[in-house]
Write a protein that binds this ligand. Structure first.
Ligand code: HEC
Length: 211
């Protein structure tokens, strides 16, 4: 019984390898794909050709007047109105404090923008969009992603994070940290600082004492 099973198993395994070949091997003919996953999709790939467009190219210059997500008609980054950033000033990456959170090798503290109600409100809104899935609205680290297996989420209410300079949190948002991804390419510089202002407000609100 076992011998028959082993024989059949080996025969089938050999047949599969013989037909499909090893992964990563170079073929001149189209390989047989037993599980094609999502390798073939009707989409354009950057720097490839495409039969969809008459000129055969996949890449195209955006139509004149195209407005990137997050900007309004005048080319201003859609904002609180506090700092009126334009699309050229929203995602800067100069080596200064505003863009890195650090001065030389040292993280600094302080929000390099006017912190008012509109700014804090923007921070809360961006935090709830970008961070709360993991860190929860309250910052305790029990966001919905935890229920799906991301168990290493830090609580932002930890004394360790409370004690971190603002610039270090800016760097975490911009570049990510360990298992947390980087958000520097999707959250504008000013919004990153607004999020930090909101986190500081959350931390202060949860460390009050009942009189
Ligand atoms: C997909 C889940 C996820 C999202 C979204 C997320 N984080 Fe995190 N974050 C994590 C995880 C996981 C850690 C713990 C990383 C580690 O292992 O050190 C973490 C750690 C942190 C830390 C602590 C870093 C340190 O020095 O230990 C800060 C601060 C932080 N996140 C802020 C944010 C902010 C602000 C946002 C929104 C812009 C955000 N995170 C979005 C998963 C996430």
């Amino acid at each position: 019984m076992v011998r028959t099973f082993l024989f059949l198993f080996l025969t089938v395994a050999l047949a599969v390898v013989a037909m499909a070949g090893f992964r990563g091997q170079k073929f001149s003919n189209t390989p047989l794909q037993i599980t094609p996953d999502m390798k073939h999709q009707p989409k354009v790939i950057t720097q490839h050709s495409s039969t969809f467009f008459a000129d055969g190219r996949a890449d195209h210059v955006p139509v004149k007047g195209t407005i990137p997500v997050g900007y309004n008609l005048s080319g201003r980054y859609y904002q609180t109105g506090v700092n009126n950033l334009t699309k050229d000033s929203a995602f800067t990456s100069r080596p200064d404090y505003k863009d890195t959170g650090a001065m030389g090798d040292v993280y600094g503290s302080g929000i390099p923008f006017t912190v008012n109600e509109a700014f804090l409100d923007r921070g809360r809104q961006r935090y709830e969009i970008f961070c709360s899935v993991c860190h929860d609205r309250t910052g305790n680290g029990n966001g919905i992603a935890k229920a799906y297996g991301l168990v290493t989420i830090a609580t932002l209410m930890d004394d360790r994070i409370k004690g971190q300079p603002d610039g270090q949190i800016f760097s975490t948002i911009t570049n990510g940290k360990n298992t947390m991804g980087a958000y520097g390419s999707s959250i504008a510089v000013e919004d990153r600082w607004a999020i930090i202002a909101h986190i500081r407000a959350l931390q202060a609100s949860q460390s009050g004492k009942v009189q």
